[in-house]
Design a protein around this ligand. Structure first.
Ligand code: URA
Length: 215
């Protein structure tokens, strides 16, 4: 009801396009809030939940064409409840800017939504537990392109592939009734202090707008 009254109020103030996108944002936000509540109610990964400060669901533009998916929140992300706000996030923001994209135009999330203790790699059972929620998140946002950051999110979309062999190469997969383009990239945290991987990641990032232009 709140959504409908908010939407009606704006209807008289804006163009069709803006109204529609505001309406969609409200609907999607309500669906994502429900998804968050579902994760809490079902007590997904109770040990991670017990040691984490926040459930980090995701952040960004709910009508984005591009969704970035990392591994799991780190210390800063856990404290702030937002993905990619630490050193890796700063590097991600810089690459987005270099590639002509703004953080507020994309949506960013992780495969695992709680911080693993001491920033260890997410366990296979943790990724498996959160995978259905990530799928639901994508069904809500409906991006055209998913950019996986690191092997942990890549392996679920492109099983059996090696990131060192296919980074920067777009892959088209079936996603429900639709097609989805996956662009696997190295993880910014892994590339941050590794000179050659860093340059490869930057080069791959600069290809993203060109790949999207051709879709
Ligand atoms: N690394 C990730 O994979 N995700 C974050 O949110 C931050 C760092």
């Amino acid at each position: 009801m709140q959504i409908i009254t908010g939407w009606l109020a704006r209807l008289f103030e804006c163009s069709h396009y803006h109204c529609y996108s505001w309406y969609m944002t409200d609907v999607k936000q309500a669906e994502l809030d429900k998804l968050r509540q579902d994760i809490l109610d079902k007590n997904i990964c109770p040990e991670l939940a017990a040691s984490a400060t926040n459930l980090v669901l995701g952040d960004g533009n709910l009508n984005a064409d591009i969704v970035f998916i990392g591994e799991a929140p780190g210390k800063n992300e856990d404290e702030q409840g937002l993905p990619f706000v630490g050193a890796a996030g700063k590097f991600l923001n810089e690459m987005l800017a270099e590639a002509g994209m703004a953080r507020q135009d994309v949506y960013i999330t992780n495969i695992v939504k709680y911080r693993p203790p001491n920033n260890r790699d997410p366990l296979p059972e943790e990724k498996k537990a959160f995978w259905p929620y990530l799928l639901k998140q994508l069904q809500i946002i409906k991006p055209r392109v998913v950019i996986t950051l690191g092997r942990h999110s890549m392996e679920y979309f492109l099983p059996g592939m090696r990131i060192s062999a296919i980074h920067g190469q777009p892959k088209r997969i079936q996603f429900g009734d639709d097609k989805l383009v996956i662009i696997p990239l190295f993880h910014p945290a892994a590339a941050l202090y590794n000179g050659s991987m860093r340059q490869t990641l930057i080069d791959d990032f600069l290809l993203v707008p060109k790949i999207i232009e051709k879709l």
